[in-house]
Design a protein around this ligand. Structure first.
Ligand code: PGA
Length: 250
């Protein structure tokens, strides 16, 4: 049985004080029993402060992005070495907002994954199709290409895949549990062909308008091992409810 993983992706929300307030409240709401992996991804500027509160807990700290070089003349970028120094053990790579607004390609995603793994960071790799691609029946083709190019010459250990259909992100339109599970089953089948038995251990998260109200039906599906949560992770009460649902699944 795969241990559920629930990750909060705060995107460009919360200054340092808001981050610390959230963590204080959240720690009172969630029993830190370690039976669900909980990951919180604040903006870069809050990472080091967040880690001071999280280091005594089982909750893991994640960044939302990383650059693919360890150091050098790359103005504005943050390296994987800096992320581990700030206390991160995870990093989200290839989020659709990075792909859409910052023109990240699968090749860049692949280099970022390599850099993160080389530095011991666990990766949450985001993939997913747009509405147009789904309507054109291209979902599996898109997932196949994203998996092939992002995971080129990459081992699968330390990688969690998040299936996030772009049309479901921040729109309030969740994929139905069946739609999500169908994509997850495809992804697991793909990973199995390339990495054999590792596919059974690898966790696949669903992301896209996850809320305390729909999480249970999503987690009831056999191939959905957790969630990557945006909007509903900004309030400690909502995120705590989502974590509790994941605990009930065990
Ligand atoms: P959402 O975002 O939960 O607000 O839809 C999810 C994500 O983008 O990771």
């Amino acid at each position: 049985m795969r241990k559920p993983l629930v990750a909060a992706n705060w995107k460009m929300n919360k200054a340092i004080k808001e981050t610390l307030d959230f963590i204080h409240s959240f720690l009172q709401l969630v029993e830190d029993s370690g039976d669900v992996d909980i990951v919180i991804a604040p903006p870069f500027t809050s990472l080091a402060d967040a880690f001071r509160l999280l280091r005594a807990t089982n909750i893991k700290l994640s960044a939302q992005d990383v650059f693919y070089e360890d150091k050098g003349a790359f103005t504005g970028e943050i390296s994987p070495v800096m992320l581990t120094d700030a206390g991160c053990s995870f990093v989200i790579i290839g989020h659709s907002e990075r792909r859409q607004y910052f023109l990240e390609t699968d090749e860049i995603v692949n280099r970022k994954i390599d850099a993160a793994r080389r530095n011991g960071l666990e990766v949450i790799l985001c993939i997913g199709e747009s509405l147009m691609e789904r309507e054109d029946n291209k979902t599996f083709e898109v997932l196949d290409r994203q998996l092939r190019d992002s995971l080129k010459d990459t081992a699968i250990d330390g990688i969690t895949i998040a299936y996030e259909p772009i049309w479901a992100i921040g729109t309030g339109k969740t994929a139905t549990p069946e739609q999500a599970n169908e994509a997850h089953t495809f992804i697991r089948g793909w990973v199995k062909r390339k990495y054999e038995e590792s596919a059974d251990k690898m966790r696949i998260l669903y992301g896209g308008s996850v809320t305390p109200d729909n999480i249970e039906s999503l987690l009831a599906e056999p191939d959905i091992d957790g969630a990557l949560v945006g909007g509903a992770s900004l309030k400690p009460e909502d995120f705590a409810k989502i974590v509790k649902s994941a605990k009930r699944r065990i």
